[in-house]
Design a protein around this ligand. Structure first.
Ligand code: HSE
Length: 439
C-alpha cells in the first residue's frame, strides 16, 4: 500500500507562462503520485505573474494568483521558490531574495545561470540552501542529474550537445525538404516552434547559455559567456547542407565542450557531423547530449529539449529533490561549486585543431584552385578532399568545396585571410564550417 502523506512543502511559482502552466498541470496530474513517492506533497501557495487574465489552458484557484512576487516569496508557508520568468532582470532579484531567505530555488533560466551562476551559487552556499536547474538544459532530459550524480566518478573528457530545438528543427527541414533558411524560419514561427524574435535561438546564444551551464558543472570553472566562441545558423545556405550531405555529413548546431591540459574548449557553431554518427540522427525539435567520461566511456542522452510538458517534467523533478532535501535537512551534491576552487582556464580558440569544410566561390579560370591549394599548404593545411561541380558555361564563379585535414583554427583563419587577397581567385566570402570527428 502506498504511504499516505500528510506533510506539505509550500511552493511559490514565479512566472505563469508556457512552462509555468505545465508545472501547474503536472502537479495537478501527478501530485498524488509524487506525494506517495516522496512522502511529502509539494503544494502551490501562489503564482506570481504580471498577466493574471490570459487563459493558460489550466485551471487554478483565482486566490493563488498575484502580481506581487516578492511578497509571495517572503510568505512563511512558502519553502521552495520556482523561477520561470526568464532573463536576468527581475528574475535575478527574485532568485537572490529567495536564496537570502534560505529558500531553495528551482529555475529553468539558462541565461541567468550563464551570466550570474557563480554569484547565485555563492549566495546559495552562504545561506545554506541550493539552486536547482535541471530544466535549464535539454528540457526534459535529466542531463544535469546525470552529470552531478550518475557520472560523478568520472572526469568529463568532452560533451557535445544539440541543445536548441528551434535550430535543429530548421536544419532538419532544410535538409529533408531542400528549403532555404528564411522559408523554414517563417514556417517554424507560424507553427510556434520559433519565437517571433528568433535571434536568441538562431544566433546560437541560447545554445551558448546551455553550454556554459554544462561546462561549469563538468569542470567547476566559471565560464565567462563573452569568451565563448558562438556562431549560429542564421543565413546558413541550403547549398551547404546539400554539399555536406553529398559528402556524407549533416550540419548540426553543436555545442562543443572539451577538457584538455591547456584548458577547456567551450564553443557553439554549425558543425559537420558524419551522417552515421548518433548525433546526426537527432532530428526536428529533439535535443541530445553526448558525454564522454574517463571511466564510463561514451554516454548519450536524448529527448525533447523544450516545450511545456518536457520542461515541466524537469522543473517538478527538481521540486521533488528540493522537497526531499528540505525534509531530510540535506542538500544535493553540487560538483560545480565543490571544485570551483580550482577554475580551469578556457582554451585559446586559435589553438583548437579540427578539420574544416570550406566553400570557395572561385573564378572559373585556370590556376584558381592551384593558388588556393598553395596558400593552404603554406599554412601547413592539408587537403582531405575537393569537390567541384561543373558550372554553367558562362558562370563567373564556381563553388569549390575543400575539406581540410586537421589544422589549428588560427592557421585556417590566416590562410583564408590571405586567400581573400589573391586577386581574381575568390573575391566572394568563403563559407567555413568545422567538421567534428569525435576522436
Ligand atoms: N528556445 C529553445 C529551443 C528552448 O528552441 O530549444 C528554450 O531554451
Amino acid at each position: 500500500m502506498s504511504r499516505v502523506n500528510t506533510k506539505e512543502i509550500g511552493v511559490a511559482l514565479l512566472g505563469f507562462g508556457t512552462v509555468g502552466a505545465g508545472v501547474v498541470e503536472t502537479l495537478q496530474k501527478n501530485g498524488s503520485l509524487l506525494a506517495a513517492r516522496l512522502g511529502v506533497r509539494p503544494v502551490l501557495r501562489g503564482i506570481a505573474d504580471l498577466d493574471l487574465t490570459s487563459d493558460r489552458g489550466v485551471s487554478v484557484e483565482p486566490g493563488l494568483l498575484t502580481t506581487d512576487g516578492a511578497a509571495l516569496i517572503a510568505r512563511p508557508d512558502v519553502q521552495v521558490v520556482v523561477e520561470l520568468i526568464g532573463g536576468s532582470g527581475v528574475a535575478k532579484d527574485f532568485v537572490l531574495q529567495a536564496l537570502k531567505l534560505g529558500k531553495p530555488v528551482v529555475t529553468a533560466n539558462k541565461k541567468l545561470l550563464a551570466e550570474h551562476g557563480a554569484e547565485l551559487h555563492r549566495v546559495a552556499e552562504e545561506n545554506k540552501t541550493e539552486i536547482l536547474f535541471e530544466a535549464s538544459v535539454g528540457g526534459g532530459i535529466p542531463i544535469i542529474k546525470a552529470l552531478r550524480e550518475g557520472l560523478c566518478a568520472n572526469r568529463i573528457e568532452c560533451m557535445y550537445g544539440i541543445l536548441n530545438g528551434t535550430c535543429n528543427y530548421i536544419l532538419t527541414r532544410m535538409e529533408d525538404e531542400k528549403l532555404p533558411f528564411d522559408d523554414v524560419l517563417k514556417a517554424a514561427q507560424a507553427a510556434g516552434y520559433a519565437e517571433a524574435e528568433p535571434s536568441l535561438d538562431i544566433d546560437g546564444h541560447d545554445t551558448a547559455h546551455k553550454a556554459v551551464v554544462l561546462a561549469s558543472l563538468a569542470y567547476g570553472c566559471e565560464v565567462p559567456l563573452d569568451k565563448v566562441n558562438v556562431a549560429g545558423i542564421r543565413g546558413l545556405a541550403a547549398a551547404d547542407i546539400a554539399y555536406a550531405a553529398e559528402m556524407g555529413y549533416r550540419i548540426k548546431l553543436l555545442a562543443i565542450i572539451r577538457g584538455g591540459p591547456d584548458g577547456v574548449e567551450v564553443s557553439v557553431q554549425p558543425t559537420l557531423v558524419e551522417h552515421t554518427h548518433q548525433l546526426a540522427a537527432v532530428a526536428g525539435v529533439y535535443n541530445a547530449v553526448l558525454v564522454v567520461g574517463d571511466v564510463v566511456g561514451t554516454t548519450l542522452y536524448y529527448g525533447r529539449g523544450a516545450g511545456r510538458a518536457a520542461t515541466a517534467s524537469a522543473v517538478v523533478a527538481d521540486l521533488a529533490d528540493a522537497a526531499l532535501n528540505l525534509r531530510s535537512g540535506g542538500r544535493r551534491r553540487d560538483l560545480g561549486t565543490a571544485h570551483a576552487q580550482s577554475p580551469v582556464p578556457l582554451r585559446n580558440p586559435g589553438d583548437i585543431v579540427a578539420r574544416n569544410y570550406l566553400r570557395f566561390s572561385m573564378r572559373d579560370e585556370p590556376g584558381s584552385l592551384a593558388r588556393v591549394a598553395t596558400a593552404l599548404g603554406a599554412h601547413g593545411i592539408g587537403i582531405d578532399s575537393v569537390m567541384q561541380q561543373e558550372a554553367p558555361r558562362n558562370a563567373e564563379y564556381v563553388p569549390v568545396i575543400i575539406v581540410t585535414g586537421p589544422a589549428k583554427d588560427r592557421e585556417i583563419a590566416a590562410a583564408l585571410a590571405e586567400i581573400s587577397h589573391i586577386a581574381g581567385v575568390t573575391d566572394r566570402p568563403t563559407v567555413r564550417y568545422r567538421i567534428e570527428d569525435f576522436d
